[in-house]
Design a protein around this ligand. Structure first.
Ligand code: HEM
Length: 144
């Protein structure tokens, strides 16, 4: 159990980073008109994000939430990143579902329009997921 609790935060951060990387590579692929590569990277980004949700849910169920012990400016920075991350993470779920649905139904008239909104929000959520992890677990003395 202790090993699982040690591994899960790192694994979850890696899944967030993987999702962000797949999004970037997927965007690069569609800009190069490589539709099949784009599809694969975007599906991989979805898989990484779903696995992240499972991993995060498991960690919180086992351990509860953490409190950031930093103070002053760094605490303000942490909280603003955390709150924006959480709000946008909730908002991006229906956007991803709709973007994916349109693509899988072959509605490529409507897919790019919503995808251009989904993409930067999802990217922000993935990157700030990693930032929150680093601030919480790797700033000396900032976890309590
Ligand atoms: C939820 C995951 C996805 C996201 C975030 C996403 C994102 C995007 C974005 C941002 C664009 C516009 C690119 C630009 O501005 O140049 C785009 C276009 C496109 N996407 Fe996706 N995509 C996703 C899933 C898929 C899937 C699964 C497929 C294939 C089944 C697909 C097929 C396409 C195609 C064919 C275009 C070009 C449409 C056109 O302009 O004719 N996408 N996507």
């Amino acid at each position: 159990m202790t090993l699982l609790l040690e591994v899960l935060p790192r694994l979850n951060a890696t899944l967030n980073a993987t999702s962000g990387l797949c999004l970037l590579l997927g965007l690069r692929a569609i800009r190069a008109h490589r539709r099949d590569v784009h599809r694969r990277f975007m599906l991989a980004a979805c898989a990484a994000s779903i696995l992240f949700l499972v991993g995060y849910g498991t960690r919180v169920a086992l351990q509860g939430t953490h409190t950031f012990a930093g103070t002053g400016l760094v605490r303000g920075l942490y909280l603003s990143i955390l709150v924006s991350h959480m709000v946008l993470a909730a908002a991006v779920l229906p956007l991803v579902a709709r973007t994916l649905y349109l693509a899988l139904r072959g509605r490529f008239d409507a897919h790019p329009r919503i995808a251009r909104v989904t993409f930067p929000i999802w990217m922000y959520v993935s990157v700030t997921g990693v930032v929150v992890y680093v601030m919480l677990y790797h700033f000396p003395g900032h976890l309590r």
